[in-house]
Design a protein around this ligand. Structure first.
Ligand code: TMP
Length: 211
């Protein structure tokens, strides 16, 4: 059976990931494919419990390495129990954040070595990697002002602008180093322009299908 395509959507807070993930899924469905939308950290009942641990303001400090390991523990559950079976059954998977978020936030933002993160990625994911990663990019002040309107910030959203500048810079450098996988979309463009771009990305993936 033909395996599904795996598309991840990345970006700093407030770049419109959720609404664009929805639009992406509709564009895939419109081409006649089954599609599953999911998110990280989370995507399975146990991984969603890990998400709560990660995002709630806890009553003890969270070491950076514990944050990284919890991201990958949740990811292991998500990949094994949801993503890999869906892809194997021919369903396309659209995931709101994936391993590049660990590179950008725990690597770029927190300063953990990218080589360590890549080692964890190979341990947890084996050969699995996204076919296409859409990076929704916007300046930090624009993202943060949109995210502020959503209410009380969670533990990671409470970081300062300098943290998100490092996250954004890391995303852009990941995209530059893997241009075959990444597509950068200007998230400051008007909503219809962004949607048209997303539809054109789906059209290209569909036309490139070889397996
Ligand atoms: P969300 O706000 O997009 O749902 O993501 C939750 C937060 O988790 C967001 O601040 C980014 C962060 N995150 C990481 O720091 N590392 C990761 O690997 C993932 C998947 C998310």
């Amino acid at each position: 059976m033909e395996t599904g395509k795996f598309i991840t959507v990345e970006g700093i807070e407030g770049v419109g990931k959720s609404s664009n993930v929805e639009h992406l899924a509709k564009a895939i469905e419109a081409r006649g494919y089954a599609v599953l939308t999911t998110r990280e950290p989370g995507g399975t009942p146990m991984a969603e419990r890990i998400r709560d641990l990660l995002l709630h303001h806890g009553d003890e400090p969270m070491p950076d390495i514990a944050e990284l390991l919890l991201m990958f523990a949740a990811r292991s559950l998500h990949v094994n129990n949801v993503i890999a079976p869906a892809l194997a059954s021919g369903t396309w998977v659209v995931c709101d954040r994936f391993v590049d978020a660990s590179r950008a936030y725990q690597g770029g933002g927190r300063g953990l070595p990218l080589e360590d993160i890549d080692q964890l990625a190979s341990l947890v994911l084996g050969d699995l990697k996204p076919d296409v990663t859409i990076l929704l990019d916007a300046p930090v002040e624009i993202g943060m002002s949109r995210a502020d309107k959503r209410g009380a910030p969670d533990r990671i959203e409470s970081e300062r602008a300098a943290f998100f500048e490092r996250v954004r810079a890391c995303y852009l450098s990941l995209a530059a180093s893997d241009p075959d996988r990444f597509v950068i979309v200007d998230a400051t463009a008007d909503i219809n322009t962004v949607r048209d771009k997303i539809e054109s990305i789906v059209a290209v993936i569909d036309s490139n299908k070889t397996d």
